[in-house]
Design a protein around this ligand. Structure first.
Ligand SMILES: Cc1ncc(COP(=O)(O)O)c(C=O)c1O
Length: 421
């Protein structure tokens, strides 16, 4: 669904009336449907689904995903703490896969009872020295990576992630010496993997390694399931998934007769299509032959177009049947690259129109910043009962600036006397 919002336009405009723009809106039904479709897909196998909350960590969405039976892939102690405080989720429901972990973080993770997924030999050595006899998982670099952009390819020879295959004998040696139990092997080759064949090829690598690990309880193939962002793109073909991904897993279980569970860590697939960013056109400007439509948002709210050159379909909600014209849709930041779409054919845009930037539920709000001291957007959930619920209010500007003053321990001149006393 990348050309139409999952929520009726009339309702989205109502939400704008109530909460203004910029506004993230998420459709609960889409999230639940994506969760259920994954459960149905993997249901014939021993499987576990871990939602990668880096895609979107709003606790209201986490609760929905938890209700749908997901555990979690967490990459920082912040994510772990949010899960604990928001949902009461403990270490048994989390696989902790941090990158370039510090000693202090390792100690904290171990004290919390988190299962640590280690992707560096040096870290494995330090873990072995500190926690002999413990269970641990290894993140492997299967030498094959894939993704929608160079920056999200997380395996292969140019990647900082995972233990290269050639270093695995050394990892086994370290583990054996400290009597560590390697209970899981993990890989995540990238995000937005264009086809099941690339995923399956890397999967074969991990399956081929299983026999070298006698304590193995699970294999984790990571996330990376794509969504169609452009109108001409299609989701992965279900039949191809069955043939290339499910069939080899079934064959593996049949041949090896080991009670191995298969883990998957989807992020984008679960939330991307459920979310959209509503922005208002503040300026219409002609420069040479080009029309610029400036909006009240920018890459501080949705960085994907700027960071990855990503396409997001845009709909003019206020004037859907206007004559088509090419527009460059920009944000309001002081950066020339602050552009959502270049020379995009859209129904005539007028100042004040509301545009919907689609498929923005993943890596949108979770990567947002307050650059230029512009506040974060508000977020609302469109429930399965067809009602809107505010799930993150728009920050009040005075409180936002007050927070900066407090965080920087800065004392404005008028307040000095008060502080000194
Ligand atoms: C370790 C790990 N697992 C899962 C994911 C989720 O990936 P995606 O959102 O493409 O499914 C990521 C994303 O970068 C990741 O780093």
């Amino acid at each position: 669904m990348s050309t139409h919002p999952p929520i009726p336009s009339r309702r989205l405009l109502e939400a704008v009336e109530t909460w203004g723009t910029p506004l993230y809106v998420y459709d609960e039904a889409t999230i639940r449907e994506r969760c259920q479709s994954l459960r149905e897909l993997f249901g014939t196998l021993p499987y576990r689904l871990l939602y990668a909350l880096k895609a979107n960590y709003n606790p209201h969405l986490l609760r929905i995903i938890r209700e749908e039976g997901f555990d979690f892939d967490a990459v920082s102690l912040g994510e772990v703490e949010l899960l604990r405080r928001a949902l009461g989720v403990g270490p048994e429901a989390i696989l902790f896969t941090p990158n370039m972990l510090s000693d202090a973080e390792m100690r904290e993770a171990a004290e919390q009872g988190l299962l640590l997924n280690i992707g560096e030999l040096g870290r494995l050595e330090r873990f072995a020295a500190a926690y002999p006899g413990h269970a641990v998982a290894l993140r492997v670099n299967p030498d094959l990576g894939s993704g929608h952009h160079e920056y999200v390819i997380t395996a292969g020879e140019r990647s900082k992630f995972g233990i290269p295959r050639s270093d695995l004998p050394r990892a086994i040696e370290i583990a054996q010496r400290a009597e560590l139990r390697i209970v899981g092997l993990h890989q995540h080759i990238g995000s937005g993997i264009p086809n099941p064949a690339a995923f399956a090829e890397a999967m074969e690598v991990l399956l081929g390694l299983a026999d070298s690990f006698p304590d193995l309880e699970w294999l984790d193939f990571g996330g990376g399931f794509p969504i169609p962002y452009r109108p001409e793109e299609r989701p992965w073909d279900r039949e191809e998934i069955r043939a290339r991904i499910l069939a080899p897993l079934e064959a593996f279980l049949h041949q090896h007769r080991r009670p191995i569970c298969f883990y998957f860590e989807p992020g984008r697939y679960v939330v991307a299509e459920a979310g959209l960013l509503l922005v208002r056109v503040t300026e219409l400007k002609r420069v040479g032959s080009r029309w610029y439509a400036g909006t009240d948002s920018g890459f501080h709210h949705l960085i994907r177009p700027v960071l990855y050159g990503s396409y997001h379909h845009i709909v003019n909600l206020s004037n859907p049947h206007g004559p088509l014209r090419p527009y460059t849709i920009t944000g309001n930041l002081c950066e020339s690259g602050d552009i959502f779409a270049r020379d995009r054919e859209l129904p005539e845009i007028r100042p004040g129109d509301v545009l919907a930037i689609l498929d923005a539920g993943a890596y949108g709000m979770s990567m947002a910043s307050t650059y230029n001291l512009r506040e974060l957007p508000a977020e609302v959930l469109y429930t399965t009962e067809g009602r809107f619920r505010l799930i993150r209010p728009r920050p009040d500007r005075a409180a936002f600036i007050e927070q900066i003053l407090r965080q920087t321990a800065f004392v404005p001149p008028g307040d000095v006397a008060q502080l000194d006393t």
